[in-house]
Design a protein around this ligand. Structure first.
Ligand code: FES
Length: 104
């Protein structure tokens, strides 16, 4: 399983083991990592689980609904993703997930 390193906006790091089938958002919630609100519970309709993926292997394509929500983020970057839309699997590489200054 991949090791996920979450980095809060202030630089605080949290390293956790990924679990097959959990999303990055669910992983952050399970480990009480601050910086992800996930107001919609993972339905890709709130955008409050935005994150920046800094190091990872191949990731699933961005689906249209995720793209629509990311488009509302003023801080969107090339590596922006909704953490609720990325499910952890055995064949994923270790990754670093930076959290934004705030969710909106
Ligand atoms: S939890 Fe709402 S879009 Fe991800």
């Amino acid at each position: 399983m991949p090791v996920i390193t979450f980095i809060e906006f202030d630089g605080t790091e949290h390293q956790v083991d990924g679990e097959q089938g959990l999303s990055l958002m669910e992983t952050a919630m399970k480990h009480d990592i601050p910086g992800i609100d996930a107001d919609c519970g993972g339905s890709a309709v709130c955008g409050t689980c935005h994150c920046f993926i800094e190091a990872a292997g191949e990731l699933p394509e961005i689906e249209p609904q995720e793209e629509a929500m990311l488009g509302l983020r003023p801080d969107r970057a090339d590596n922006s993703r909704l953490s609720c839309q990325l499910r952890i699997s055995d064949d994923m590489a270790d990754m670093t997930v930076r959290l934004p200054e705030f969710q909106m």
